[in-house]
Design a protein around this ligand. Structure first.
Ligand SMILES: [Zn+2]
Length: 532
């Protein structure tokens, strides 16, 4: 569609909004229209309706009439959002993206979508009778199989699948963007995020990796070289369709190999800052204790103390390094020169990359100089100390239920809902305190785990479960008892800071000497108007 026609629609949308008392950004409307129409093949009327409806929502203008459903689901087949592992299904879908097959057994792979959602699909090379699928075309798949790997569904087209092209005109309205914090494993219909931090490539197979962020949260992304995708530009804002999210150890990251995106400049998300780029130092840095590491580059002298299972076939090794002060996760990606470390051996690792993600640091060793050392070292951990008055026991303290999915453990809602894994009735009970410890200068958020909560309160998890099930207030009663027992008490805590949260690892009631008691009583007396 040519620019004149797109301009006409832009003017019409803009006029409509002006009549509602808002003045929209015409350039942005024009860009979106041309992306929908020219890049996604959406029919102009649908693109217009979609953009108008999004802008109505943005400016909180009530819609007189909801847009009509764009997808005519009159037949009996199922929709993408209803697919479940093991199903044999018939679906009518549009091929929205093709990716290079990962194995010779696969002839085509990519993303298929309908009005309800999107899913990865593969066509097996053995099923040579199947037609070659083309991006932008709609197909009816009869007897395809829904398979799952690590929680990710995919649609398998095999020799028994009947594939027919749908020639009648259909359109697929792109989904609205969802906040990063709501992403679950699977194909993500649409997100909008700023590219805020580019990481050094840990592997030669990788084209780009780094962080995407929206106003609410941040997420790691990867583009593999095999995808042939163009790289993102640091600082730009992207509307990204059909990325694939996967989960490991309760953390979600996304791969953009299947995705298509629209770029805007960074001013579209002014409140999301871009990280400053840290240059790799030319000379070897002096050794820094692990406890003092910060994001950037560092040289460490450490022992390989724990090997972890590789979460990706592109990973050569991951695990824990430890020194006298602390321990930290490390990763080595597969490339032509990387060698694995030997367990229990001590190394000097010069100019390793220290990455920061969600407040946690990890070491990436691919571009570092790794020198094996003789001898051993004494492992240790340095805990920070925080002393103060436990002035508040916050909501979410006491008896809680956790998601039982391995590596997740998120706290479930009252309805036993995990934000990632839906309803979990086989929950695990746990006890904790989230509180505020006032050290006299600042109110600090602190977290006590089950062992500490039990030790401080004298109430075991089993007793808390008993209280939670046998009293009228239930779990709230547990919280009340914790507050009665611990509220206002002075504690000496040792632990570690995680962003703004102090995670307590040791705690005891503070013992005061006589002088301190006098001072405190005087302070308390002032608070009560001197009537103590
Ligand atoms: Zn979960």
């Amino acid at each position: 569609m040519d620019a004149n026609q797109i301009q006409q629609i832009t003017d019409r949308i803009s006029l409509n909004l002006t009549s509602k008392g808002v003045s929209p950004d015409k350039n942005s409307i024009f860009d979106k229209l041309s992306a929908y129409i020219n890049d996604f093949g959406v029919v102009p009327a649908e693109a217009e309706r979609k953009i108008l409806s999004d802008l109505y929502r943005k400016y909180q203008i009530p819609e007189e009439q909801k847009p009509a459903p764009s997808y005519n689901a009159a037949t009996e087949e199922t929709t993408v959002s209803n697919l479940q592992e093991g199903d044999w299904v018939t679906v009518e879908v549009k091929i929205v993206s093709l990716t290079p097959p990962r194995s010779p057994a696969i002839s085509q792979s990519g993303i298929a979508a309908d009005g309800t959602g999107a899913i990865e699909f593969v066509t097996f090379a053995k099923s040579a009778d199947l037609p070659v699928l083309e991006v932008g075309k709609w197909y009816r798949f009869e007897s395809a199989v829904v398979d799952a790997f690590r929680g990710l569904l995919s649609l398998k087209l095999h020799s028994g699948t009947k594939v027919s092209e749908i020639t009648e005109e259909r359109c697929l309205v792109p989904a609205s963007s969802a906040p990063l914090s709501t992403i679950k494993p699977g194909v993500v219909p649409c997100i909008r995020a700023k590219f805020i931090d580019e990481w050094e490539l840990p592997s030669q197979n990788m084209a780009q990796n780094g962080l995407l962020a929206d106003e609410g949260s941040r997420m790691k992304f990867i583009i593999w070289k095999s995808s042939g995708k163009e790289k993102l530009n640091l600082g730009s804002v992207y509307t990204i369709y059909y990325a694939v999210a996967s989960e490991f150890n309760g953390r979600i990251s996304i791969a953009l190999d299947t995705a298509v995106w629209i770029e805007e400049d960074g001013s579209a998300m002014p409140s999301v800052p871009v990280r400053e780029k840290i240059q790799k130092p030319a000379e070897p840095l002096p050794v820094t204790p692990i406890h003092e590491l910060k994001a950037g580059y560092a040289t460490v002298h450490a022992k390989f103390i724990e090997a972890w299972e590789n979460r990706s076939e592109r990973m050569l090794q991951c695990g824990l390094l430890g020194d006298e002060t602390d321990r930290m996760k490390f990763v080595i990606w597969k490339d032509d020169i990387a060698d694995p470390l030997e367990l229990n051996k001590v190394y000097t690792i010069k100019n390793a990359k220290v990455d920061e993600y969600n407040g946690r640091l990890s070491l990436s060793l691919n571009r570092a100089e790794i020198i094996p050392e003789e001898g051993d070292l004494v492992l240790g951990r340095t805990l920070d100390t925080l002393e103060g008055n436990l002035v508040q026991i916050a909501k979410g303290s006491g008896l809680i239920r956790r998601c039982p999915v391995e590596g997740c453990g998120r706290v479930l809602s009252k309805q036993n809902l995990c934000p990632v894994h839906e309803i979990q009735m086989q929950y695990k009970n746990d006890l904790r305190i989230r509180g505020i410890l006032d050290d006299g200068e600042k109110a600090n958020s602190v977290l006590f785990n089950r062992e500490l909560t039990e030790a401080l309160s004298g109430m075991t998890l089993d007793e808390a479960v008993e209280v939670g099930t046998s009293t009228p207030l239930g779990a709230e009663e547990v919280q009340i008892r914790l507050m009665e027992k611990l509220g206002g008490r002075y504690l000496t805590c040792k632990g570690t800071w995680f962003n703004d949260l102090f995670i307590v690892q040791e705690a005891e009631f503070k013992q005061f000497d006589a002088n301190e008691i006098t001072v405190l009583m005087n302070q308390a007396g002032e608070g009560l108007g001197g009537e103590l």
